[in-house]
Design a binder for this molecule. Sequence first.
Ligand SMILES: Cc1cc2nc3c(=O)[nH]c(=O)nc-3n(C[C@H](O)[C@H](O)[C@H](O)COP(=O)(O)OP(=O)(O)OC[C@H]3O[C@@H](n4cnc5c(N)ncnc54)[C@H](O)[C@@H]3O)c2cc1C
Length: 416
Amino acid sequence: MESKTPKSIVILGGSYGGISAAHYLLKHAIPKLPSPQDYRIVLVSTSNEILCRPACPRAMIADDLLPQDKLFVSIPSVFEQYPSQNIQFEHATAEKVDHEARTVLIRSAGDGSEKTIQYYALIIATGASTASPLLSLNKDSTFIRSQWGIFREKMKTAVSIVIAGGGPAGIEAAGELGEYLNGQAGWFSCKQENPKVRITVVTSAAQILPALRSSIAEKAEGYLARVGVTVIKNTKVTGVSPSESGTEITLATDTKVTLSDGQELDADIYIPAMGMTPNTAFLDATLLTGDGRVDTNPTTLRVDKAGVRVYAVGDVGSYAKPAVHAILNAIPVLGANIKRDLLLDAGTSEASLGPEREYKEDTRETQMVPIGRSKGVGAAMGFQLPSFLIWAIKGRDYWLWTTGGLWSGKQWNKES
Ligand SMILES: Cc1cc2nc3c(=O)[nH]c(=O)nc-3n(C[C@H](O)[C@H](O)[C@H](O)COP(=O)(O)OP(=O)(O)OC[C@H]3O[C@@H](n4cnc5c(N)ncnc54)[C@H](O)[C@@H]3O)c2cc1C
């Protein structure tokens, strides 16, 4: 019998968005198609391991602070449960998407060879990178481990650390480093007057943690002071010397940090923790918004300008703020709409399929920020949470209790 070339549903990026989309389609879309054997998910990711990325502020400090077997999980292993003809993993980086020709050029992480894949459907889930290589999988898991190694060596002798950025990544990193290096202030003190290591957070905003109300941010500042962290607000970092300090190029170099008020800070370690850069260099500029994310239909999660059956999910998409909970809400909508598009194209009548699913961003105040290993601040769905709950939900193990179900796909066993 003549074998047909399967239709490739290419997913770019193997993290919260890409892994979840793959499980969802393998469980709920492909088996429902008239001939499932004719479809293959091709998951392309620069890293062959998934990382619980929110855990980076603690994980970067020492391996014994979090269980390593839960922190990094092999991507191929989580897809062994599915028919092999339906899933293919490419440990590779997408270098160019030609959305007119519907092809993606990938470069293998192994031998550097190039391959062009013709896609039938495309899901862009390549996320965003941080300026500091300590805080996300900017390359692969071997690379981040090596960067943590360099950082840990420098940490042994550091007496001053400057962190630029008062968002959750910067504040969590400051809290973790503060507690690890300085410990907590005594019962009767509200701050450490002479910490072993001076840790300074610089933010251009009027408060740290701008996604939370100011009273919560003030509480966080209090917890930071207890671990020897000073916060400078309303002040920009206007320059660092050397100019590439804190990045993979000069990660552990002594740095002079210049501030907008004229101050100069000497840092043994400098961590740039402000903003993220969407990983979209491989896409045509016409598909992007002004801030470099993929221009995504906020209701359907399709990338309308890229032609049929092209979608974006996760931090790379313009449809929501970057957060795991936004991705978890988006996956069932994305899955349902892709399934609908595939069934329609396979000849199922529109009348029998029902309407499309619509995504709606939950914009209520939701953010949890551990400050060290026993305290934290935050809110969920608009309600402020006490410190012990932030510890119990996030600070205890930085969400590792949730990733087992996510990476294995159990989270998506039910079509919701
Ligand atoms: C320090 C830190 C703490 C955070 N804490 C929280 C938190 O507590 N709660 C919360 O909700 N959110 C948190 N976030 C945000 C959360 O981590 C992101 O929302 C989430 O990781 C986004 O997942 P993603 O799948 O969109 O992309 P990412 O996690 O960014 O992953 C993208 C993947 O795509 C791969 N990739 C990139 N480019 C290519 C390419 N060209 N070809 C192939 N593969 C590619 C990358 O290697 C990576 O594996 C935090 C973020 C940071 C940085």
